[in-house]
Design a protein. Structure first.
Length: 416
């Protein structure tokens, strides 16, 4: 049987979220495929590979498939990079080095810290090996304990844990969640959370301590893979590239009062930044779920808000690299903001009531029927807009100046 020849690929179960092709293209590999499978070993029956990245749940299968292993793979039983040379499969654990390089790039010093790893899968095992090798005290907690060192939390750990390393797939795109596996409010000395996942970029967990996601670790894994495949060191600023990639993939979410210009500005940003554009009010209207349609059909504001929240969750769970313009009242439900923040930068277009009054026409605005209503709604919402915003923009400027200011502030945000 003639096999398909595939130079390099990522093997996993669900890969629709993966950024690996983009990263490998950055390192001059445009022949990198994504292969989803429910049977790791079967894919070798039909395909001839020369280099493979392997993601969960197949890292232990990859170890067993390889004949020769590097030192880290030998000591962990985990392989996430495979090379086929001289009719032999070589297995490497580049997760170890990618994790170490991420800590170095972020200047994270774990010495003299008490670390808690959440999860007991392949990546947890690799990180545990790294911590052991560097004499860093750690414990493991898992929903399904396997080993004696996997603990149940008590007051000792709540009082003494300084760093949490999150290795589970809980809340990972597209199944994002507005809660956490643990009650982080009980950790009295928690300094930082390191997440090996990168999507969402800022999960709900990020609210509880200094947070680092796993995008840089992914970039380093791609770089290490390409160095092994291409056979020579690659000079690249992985941290700078990860920041650029983050800026490209993040959603930009516009909040603000009616008449603040969210739709108009969102469309211009969509064109300038090459991101898709979604307007929650326009989408709801197309489904006859906008507030006017709801009221005309005998439904109430509560019904409208429920549908608005469902749409916000859907967009937050399925879209990235997008501009999302929201309705003026989206901030009235904190769950909406929690979802939007997970993959989005929240920008508040702060226009004064005098500016809003000059723009208003009162069409299709059941909650703003007069000039006085603008003052009332503005005073009710202003504090919430400011509270939830990552960036606040003076919305009283001409549209082109507002757009220019947003783009400058976004550049500062992602390069901070």
């Amino acid at each position: 049987m003639i096999k398909n020849t595939i130079t390099s690929a990522l093997i996993g179960k669900k890969l629709s979220y993966s950024l690996s092709q983009i990263i490998h293209a950055h390192y001059k590999n445009n022949n990198y495929a994504l292969i989803e499978t429910d049977n790791f070993f079967k894919i070798f029956e039909d395909n001839q590979f020369f280099a493979l990245s392997v993601t969960n749940p197949y890292k232990q299968d990859a170890y067993n498939f390889c004949t020769i292993h590097d030192e880290i793979a030998t000591n962990t039983g985990i392989v996430n990079t495979m090379l086929y040379k001289n009719n032999i499969w070589y297995g490497y654990n580049t997760d170890y080095y990618a994790f170490a390089k991420m800590l170095e790039a972020y200047k994270i010093d774990l010495s003299n810290k008490s670390v808690l790893i959440i999860g007991n899968g392949s990546t947890s095992k690799t990180i545990g090996y790294y911590l052991n090798k560097n004499n860093i005290n750690y414990n493991v907690i898992a929903r399904h304990p396997r080993n004696d060192n996997e603990i149940l939390l008590d007051k000792h750990y709540f009082d003494n844990t300084n760093v949490i390393i999150q290795t589970t797939s809980y809340g990972v795109f597209p199944n994002i969640e507005n809660d956490t596996l643990l009650d982080y409010t009980k950790f009295n000395n928690l300094e930082m959370i390191i997440d090996v996942n990168y999507n969402p970029r800022r999960p709900y967990t990020a609210n509880f301590a200094k947070y680092y996601n796993g995008l840089l670790m992914l970039v380093y894994n791609g770089l290490l893979f390409e160095e092994l495949l291409q056979g020579y060191p690659i000079k690249d600023d992985a941290l700078a590239y990860s920041k650029y990639l983050d800026s490209q993939m993040a959603n930009i979410v516009l909040i603000g009062m009616p008449y603040s210009g969210k739709t108009t500005i969102g469309k211009i940003l969509s064109n300038d930044l090459k991101k898709a554009f979604f307007d929650t009010d326009i989408i709801l209207k197309s489904e006859n779920n906008d507030l006017v349609s709801c009221l005309n059909s005998g439904k109430d504001v509560v019904y409208f808000r429920v549908n608005e929240s469902l749409l916000v969750k859907e967009l937050s769970s399925t879209k990235f690299s997008s501009i999302i313009s929201t309705g003026g009242g989206v901030i009235l439900n904190v769950e909406n903001i929690n979802y939007l923040k997970q993959n989005g930068i929240i920008i508040y277009l702060d226009a004064t009531t005098s500016t809003l009054k000059n723009r208003c026409n009162f069409e299709d605005r059941p909650l703003i029927k007069s000039i006085n209503d603008i003052d009332k709604v503005y005073n009710e919402r202003k504090t919430l807009y400011e509270k939830y915003a990552d960036i606040i923009i003076d919305g009283n400027q001409p549209i082109n100046e507002v757009v220019k200011t947003i783009e400058v502030k976004l550049n500062e945000y992602f390069n901070n």
